[in-house]
Design a protein around this ligand. Structure first.
Ligand SMILES: [Zn+2]
Ligand SMILES: [Zn+2]
Length: 356
C-alpha cells in the first residue's frame, strides 16, 4: 500500500474516532492502556527469561553476615527471589489478576465515566476545537486553546520547534514515498496535535497523574483499614516482575490508577491522540517499575532520563523495604519529585529501614 494511502486510512480512522465520544474519550484511552500493559509486559517478561539480563537487575548491598554464619554463604540473586515468590503466587495467578484489572469490569466503568465527563469538562477534538486566532500559537493546555501570541518569545520558540519537527517528518515521509507522502501528511497534520502541544500536555499528564497516584498510594499505607483490606495484597510481591503490576485489589486499582487518570484527564484536557499515547505510556511505565531492571537502553526508550524521573529501583525498593503500613517510602512511580516534596523520598537509606 502506498504511504499516502496508509496515511489516508489513518486520517479516515481518526475522523471516525473523533466523531464518537464513546470511542474517542472512553474506549480508545482504555484500550491504549491495556495494549500498553500487555505489550510492555510481554517484552519485559520475555527479556527476564534470558540470563544475560541478570547484569541489569537491581542489586542491593548484602546484609552484614549474622554472627556465626558461614562466611561463604551468598545472598540469593533477584532471579532466585522472584522464582521463589512465583512458587507462592504463581505467574499465571498474577497474570490473571493484572488482565482482570486492565480489561475487566472496572475498566468498563472508567470508559463510561471518561466518555461522559471529558467532553463535559471541555476536552475537545480537532473536529470541534475552535480555530486558533491568527497570530497565536495553537498550544492547548488545561483546555485553553491558542493563548500564546506568536510575537511573544515563547510563542516564537514553540512555532519554530513545531516547524522544525513538521519539516523533519515530511522529509522522512518524502524519502519513503516521494510522490504521494506529502498529500497524506497534509491531511493528517490537521488531525494531530502540534509537536509542542503534545509534549507539554504529555508532561503535565505525567506530573499530575503521578501526584494523584502518590496520594492514592500513600493513603493506603497510612490508613490501617486500607492497608489491611486493599493495598497489602499488592505487597505480597516482595520481588515483583511486570506480570504482577496490576496484581492489586479493586479499590487499590481505583485509588492508584482509575481516579488519578480520570482526574488528570479532566484537568489537562489533552488532545485525544496525546491521551491515547499517554495511557499506553503510563501502563508501560508501571510494568517497567515492576521489572527490577535498571537497563540503560530500556530507560532511554521509557524517558527515564528526564529530570526528576524515578528509576525503576525507586518502586522496587518500595516493594522490598516498605511492605508494611505506616511510614513507608517511595510512593510515586513517574517522578521522585512528589516523594521529595512530601518527605517520603529515600534511596540508599531505604535498606536501613527496619521492616516491621
Ligand atoms: Zn505500597
Ligand atoms: Zn508495585
Amino acid at each position: 500500500m502506498p504511504l499516502s494511502a496508509a496515511l489516508g486510512v489513518l486520517s479516515w480512522a481518526l475522523v471516525r474516532a473523533f466523531q464518537n465520544r464513546w470511542l474517542c474519550w472512553g474506549l480508545l484511552p482504555s484500550l491504549a492502556a491495556a495494549v500498553g500493559f500487555i505489550c510492555s509486559c510481554t517484552i519485559l517478561e520475555t527479556l527476564l527469561t534470558f540470563s544475560f539480563m541478570d547484569r541489569y537487575m537491581v542489586r542491593y548491598p548484602s546484609a552484614p553476615p549474622a554472627p556465626g554464619a558461614p562466611a561463604e554463604k551468598k545472598d540469593a540473586t533477584r532471579r532466585d527471589l522472584f522464582t521463589k515468590l512465583q512458587q507462592r503466587i504463581s505467574w499465571w495467578t498474577q497474570l490473571r489478576s493484572s488482565l482482570y484489572q486492565v480489561l475487566g469490569p472496572l475498566n468498563v466503568i472508567g470508559i463510561a465515566v471518561n466518555a461522559y465527563l471529558l467532553p463535559l469538562a471541555g476536552a475537545v477534538t480537532p473536529l470541534d476545537a475552535p480555530r486558533t486566532p491568527e497570530g497565536y500559537h495553537p498550544l492547548s493546555i488545561f483546555g485553553v486553546s491558542g493563548f500564546v501570541p506568536i510575537a511573544h518569545p515563547v510563542g516564537k520558540l514553540l512555532t519554530q520547534l513545531d516547524i522544525r519537527v513538521a519539516t523533519g517528518v515530511r522529509s522522512l515521509l518524502a524519502a519513503i514515498d516521494p510522490t504521494s507522502a506529502s498529500v497524506g501528511a497534509e491531511e493528517l497534520s490537521g488531525l494531530l496535535p502540534t509537536f509542542t502541544t503534545h509534549v507539554i500536555q504529555f508532561f503535565f499528564m505525567m506530573l499530575i497523574a503521578d501526584f494523584f497516584l502518590y496520594w492514592g498510594h500513600r493513603l493506603q499505607h497510612d490508613i490501617e483499614y486500607a492497608w489491611k483490606h486493599f493495598h497489602s495484597l499488592h505487597h505480597q510481591l516482595s520481588t515483583p516482575t511486570p506480570v504482577g503490576t496490576a496484581f492489586i485489589d479493586n479499590t487499590d486499582a481505583l485509588l492508584q490508577a482509575g481516579l488519578p487518570l480520570i482526574l488528570t484527564g479532566l484537568i489537562v484536557r489533552p488532545h485525544p491522540v496525546t491521551l491515547w499515547l499517554y495511557m499506553a505510556f503510563h501502563l508501560t511505565n508501571n510494568a517497567l517499575n515492576h521489572s527490577g531492571l535498571e537497563c540503560w537502553w530500556i530507560n532511554l526508550i521509557a524517558l527515564k532520563w528526564l529530570p526528576m524521573r524515578s528509576g525503576n529501583s525507586h518502586h522496587d525498593t518500595h516493594h522490598r523495604f516498605s511492605h508494611y503500613g505506616k511510614n513507608a517510602k517511595n510512593y510515586a512511580e513517574m517522578f521522585w519529585l512528589w516523594d521529595y516534596v512530601f518527605g517520603t523520598y529515600s534511596d540508599g537509606a531505604m535498606k536501613l529501614v527496619k521492616v516491621g
